[in-house]
Design a protein around this ligand. Structure first.
Ligand SMILES: Cc1cc2nc3c(=O)[nH]c(=O)nc-3n(C[C@H](O)[C@H](O)[C@H](O)COP(=O)(O)OP(=O)(O)OC[C@H]3O[C@@H](n4cnc5c(N)ncnc54)[C@H](O)[C@@H]3O)c2cc1C
Length: 437
């Protein structure tokens, strides 16, 4: 297994996780060992890069897709699995900055992307969790604010979120931590590693050329286009799309400096059998509304798949299992004594403004990165607008212009992220003390 926290450089196999243990795609794509030409070269084979390649294929362009490690080796093959509409920044803050109509257009991109993910999954049910729906629960006793927020989201996002009372929630999720919440009925759980690998396969079937274990070492101007140089080959392309996000390393200074790599984690428990019901009886995924939130779901074999945390210390092994288990027991103390099976981490790309960075750096040099912690659906939205811009001159990517490549103080990034996390944790604790008495 390769170093789970390396951000660039050596070629890696998948890290040990629930996803790699249940990978059902045998195909490996070849290394690039030739000098080839193409109209579009996509760099980075996570959900963003693969969605861009698929989008291009759908629109009649056969791109080359280059991945340094394996397809979905980064955040896309390690995440919490929840796909829903919206962005990491949150709709209220988006609307405050760009206005309601612009915010609605941005959110509609993710509504369409969610539908597209479902279409691409088709009848391959194994790529998708058993039950649709993500329950967002409040850690705080503030029903009126919750109801107002649901009304706002339903209006601006054009969604149909439904209020759930504290009693309804605690009936299915036996935690005293939870107050009122809402259901996102359209949200789904996706086996993101298998999904992205299947998507890469679909792109290849449609005419894309896909390469793994081929780290791009530099990109240079070449006539009116670009020369993409890998360890053992080159790609001459009219246009390129950079989708390396948190794992970009030093490949491009401007893109790298604009996105913080923020490490976050997932724990998988042992099968809990009947004991699970003492805590969780609901079939839906759950996420809470603290800054330092947890999100989780159950697997058909009665395991809890538990995500959360941000840490600059990159814990692994038993240490990480203990940290995550403590969080779980804080919500469900009745599960004390259960064992962890495996825990892992990965980097999300976070711009300072918490919105995806999508655009054209200079003619023919595109980027789609920084999708953050609610990034899966947004990556597909990004893939669609960039591929549509390249294939058809569509200008929807300009909706992201207010959220540019702001400098993210990267050298201090992990310290900034960790300090912010601790600060937000303290705020959560204070708010909970103030409201929940
Ligand atoms: C633990 C965890 C839990 C999460 N939970 C959720 C969740 O429940 N719901 C949600 O919506 N989002 C979640 N996210 C966020 C989501 O996974 C990401 O926003 C999304 O997957 C980002 O996709 P991406 O393609 O932009 O980046 P990545 O998946 O990180 O892909 C970038 C790729 O670029 C490749 N690359 C880098 N440098 C080079 C190079 N020089 N040459 C070639 N290739 C290169 C990397 O190897 C990598 O495969 C989570 C993330 C993590 C880490």
């Amino acid at each position: 297994m390769s170093n789970p926290y390396k951000r660039t450089g050596e070629k890696g196999e998948y890290i040990d996780s629930y996803y790699s243990r249940t990978l059902n795609v045998e195909k490996e794509f070849p290394e690039l060992t030739d000098d080839i030409t193409t109209s579009v070269c996509v760099i980075g084979g996570g959900m963003a890069g693969v969605a861009t390649a698929q989008g291009l294929v759908d629109k009649g362009i056969n791109p080359v897709l280059i991945e340094a490690n394996r397809i979905a080796w980064g955040a896309s093959g390690r995440n919490g699995s929840f796909c829903s509409s919206g962005y990491s920044l949150g709709t209220a803050k988006i609307a405050k900055k760009v206005g309601k109509d612009h915010a609605r257009e941005l959110c509609m991109l993710t509504n369409d992307a969610l539908s597209l993910i479902k279409t691409r999954i088709g009848d391959r049910r194994e790529l998708r969790g058993e039950t649709d729906g993500l329950l967002e629960v409040s850690w705080f006793d503030e029903r009126a604010a919750m109801e107002k927020s649901i009304e706002f989201m339903n209006d601006v996002m054009a969604v149909d979120y439904k209020f759930w009372s504290k009693e309804e929630i605690r009936d299915l999720y036996h935690s005293k931590r939870y107050y009122d919440g809402y259901m996102k009925p359209c949200a789904i759980q996706v086996h993101s590693l298998n999904y992205t690998c299947h998507s890469a396969q679909q792109a290849e079937n449609g005419g894309a050329r896909v390469y793994e274990k081929s780290p791009v070492t530099s990109v240079i101007k070449h006539g009116n286009g670009w020369k993409v140089i890998t360890e053992k080959g080159t790609v001459i392309a009219d246009q390129i799309v950079m989708c390396c996000s948190a794992y970009i390393g030093n490949l491009d200074f401007k893109l790298s400096a604009a996105t913080l790599p923020v490490a976050t984690y997932v724990l998988l428990t042992e099968p809990l059998g009947e004991r699970l019901k003492s805590a969780v009886e609901g079939p839906y995924g759950v996420s809470d509304n603290r800054f330092s939130s947890n999100y989780y779901r159950t697997l058909p074999d009665s395991r809890l798949f538990w995500g959360g945390r941000v840490s600059m210390f990159n814990p692994t092994g038993d240490k990480l299992k203990n940290i995550m288990m403590n969080d779980l027991l804080h919500v469900y103390p009745q599960l004390r004594g259960i064992k962890a099976d495996v825990a892992w981490g990965g980097y999300m790309g976070y711009p300072v403004h918490k919105m995806p960075q999508i655009g054209e750096l200079e003619p023919g040099f595109w980027y789609a990165q920084g999708f953050g912690g609610s990034g899966m659906t947004a990556t597909v939205a990004g893939g669609e607008v960039v591929s549509d811009a390249i294939a058809n001159g569509d200008e929807r990517y300009k909706l992201f212009e207010p959220y540019g490549l702001q400098y993210a103080a990267k050298p201090f990034g992990p310290i900034v992220a960790q300090t912010a996390y601790w600060m937000f944790q303290a705020q959560d604790a204070f708010k909970s003390w103030r409201l929940n008495r």
